[in-house]
Ligand binder design. Structure first.
Ligand code: FAD
Ligand code: SF4
Ligand code: SF4
Length: 384
């Protein structure tokens, strides 16, 4: 029997999924098996919308439609936790399978602590994540650095440390280190992220460590829970996916790459936080003075719930309605109640109408607090 802790190479047995999948289609094969066999009522996955910069969270209830969700989209600004929350609000008894990155998983755990989601109704298929690129920056980067019209790009991938694009007339890859040295590349919160292999999911899937003839054609699956073991075992028995033991050399390589990525994340934290050190509060005051109180940072944060225990939205006595810029208390209040739990998902910053580096501030405050109180973020084996 399959057990938690096991590591295998896995791939789909279905051509339609394999053609569209990122690395052999095990993830989509597993999701399809779970849905078709009523282990879950629905799947939440991510589908390409208008173009490669448009990653759309999609609920699927027809197993035959799952092939359309295969493939990795690196240029979306996505956090799936709040979509799960909305789904469960409408359908509290339905079981949902969802593909999650580390930030999705951390956000789900924070929401679960606040009774915003029910983890027991979720089947979590984790994907390793080295980072994402904001859609706006991706377009600028492709135009300015790659010298290619971003509208002509029909595929992007991140492989062996390079961001690679395929477009009408060719393909180009540039090292992410080089792009980031020039101010492009991954979102700044992804650079600082240390949660690369989502071991709090039921299965953790990725391409790191797949070597030999299976490279590019299979996914490395680490079984992280009994639920994950049960799904993998049943999906293999049912013929939905095939597996082979992970190559011991591949296991070592995966460990090394994960370690190197964590070190890189620590380097970015040091760089970003050190630059704030001298003048954090003045910097916060200066940047937030641009705020137009659109409330996007509040609405999109998985931790920020400005409601009291009886569910009523709480009103601040120290923030005048309709006044711009808002009094410092508008942001102080937010930092005060989220900064012990900020998961560095980047949503507040990415979706801020005024480009205020909010995630940098809340992550810096959170990381500082972790040094003194309860270190949670910052450990590669993040656990609640
Ligand atoms: P598929 O069958 O192709 O299924 C992929 C699944 O991912 C689908 O369910 C799809 O809906 C979902 N998905 C696509 N984009 C997103 C998104 N932005 N957010 C959430 N879900 C999404 N593996 C590594 O080993 N190292 C990495 O650095 C790494 N970085 C990644 C970064 C991102 C943003 C993503 C999405 C994946 C990353 N992976 C990484 C995982 C890898 O790309 C494959 O997803 C994994 O190996 C599974 O391959 P597959 O063929 O089985 O998946
Ligand atoms: Fe994410 Fe920003 Fe909320 Fe932190 S404060 S959890 S980065 S949205
Ligand atoms: Fe202000 Fe930006 Fe938050 Fe909108 S998203 S309320 S502009 S800080």
């Amino acid at each position: 029997a399959v057990k938690a802790g096991e590591m295998v190479y896995a791939w789909t047995t279905e051509d339609k999924i394999a053609q569209k999948a990122e690395c052999g289609g095990a993830v989509t094969g597993l999701l399809k098996y779970a849905l078709a066999n009523k282990m879950v009522d629905a799947v939440l996955a991510v589908q390409r919308g208008q173009d490669i910069y448009d990653a759309v969270p999609t609920i699927v209830t027809d197993p035959d439609k799952l092939a359309g969700t295969a493939g990795s989209l690196h240029c979306g600004t996505l956090l799936l936790a709040k979509v799960v929350q909305k789904f469960q609000k409408g359908s509290p008894d339905k079981k949902l399978a969802v593909t999650v990155k580390g930030c999705d998983l951390m956000a789900l755990h924070e929401l679960a602590k606040r009774k915003g989601v029910n983890l027991s109704n979720l089947l979590l298929i984790g994907v390793n994540c080295g980072g994402t690129v904001s859609p706006v920056k991706a377009r600028a980067m492709i135009k300015e650095v790659y010298d290619v019209d971003p509208n002509l790009v029909h595929k992007e991938e991140i492989d062996k440390g390079q961001f690679i694009i395929e477009y009408e007339g060719g393909h180009k890859g540039i090292s992410i280190d080089e792009l980031e040295d020039d101010g492009y590349g991954r979102r700044s919160n992804c650079r600082r992220c240390l949660y690369k292999v989502p071991r709090q999911a039921d299965l953790a899937c990725g391409n790191w460590g797949v070597i030999g003839d299976k490279a590019g054609k299979a996914t490395f699956v680490e079984v992280c829970s009994d639920k994950g073991a049960d799904l993998l075992q049943k999906a293999v028995k049912g013929g939905a996916i095939a597996t082979a033991p992970a190559d011991p050399k591949g296991i070592e390589i995966r460990k090394k790459v994960e370690g190197a990525m964590v070190k890189l994340g620590q380097k970015w934290r040091k760089k970003d936080f050190t630059s704030l050190k001298a003048d954090l509060w003045n910097k916060i005051a200066e940047e937030t003075s641009r705020c137009i109180k659109c409330y996007s940072c509040i609405e999109n944060c998985p931790v920020c719930m400005p409601v009291s225990n009886n569910g009523v939205e709480t009103k601040s006595l120290m923030v005048e309605q309709g006044a711009l810029p808002p009094s410092p208390m508008f942001h102080m209040r937010r930092f005060a109640h989220i900064s012990d739990s900020c998961v560095n998902c980047g949503q507040c910053e990415e979706l801020c109408a005024m480009d205020i580096p909010l995630a940098l501030f809340s992550h810096a405050i959170r990381s500082e607090a972790d040094l003194a109180f309860e270190p949670k973020l910052g450990k590669p084996d993040y656990s609640n």
